[in-house]
Every structure is written in structure tokens, then in C-alpha cells.
Design a protein around this ligand. Sequence first.
Ligand SMILES: [Zn+2]
Length: 61
Amino acid sequence: MAEHPEITYIGCARCGTQIAGLDGRYACSGCGWVNEWTEGHRPLPAAGRRRPQPAPRPQQP
Ligand SMILES: [Zn+2]
């Protein structure tokens, strides 16, 4: 896994403006929309407690 944040782009879910984000986390400067951090590509390093996974992923050997 890459150590550096990955810059990604998405269309704002509220106003449709294309915005950039890091690791799948976005904040629109136009309307203030932000997505859930859980939609990010990886968990926040400072997350206090783990949340149960909504669905188990298949284990890779
Ligand atoms: Zn927006």
C-alpha cells in the first residue's frame, strides 16, 4: 500500500462540481458538502475505536 495520500477526483454529490480529494475523502468548496470518512480508501490513522465491518471481505491467502 502506498504511504503517500492518493489524490482522486469526484463530482460533488450535492452541486455536481468536480472536486479533488485525498484517499477518497472529499470536501466541496462550492457548497460545503463533505462525504463520510468511511468512504475513504483506508481508515483514518487516528481513529479511536474500530467500527464493525458492515460486510466481511473474502480473505485473500
Ligand atoms: Zn458541492
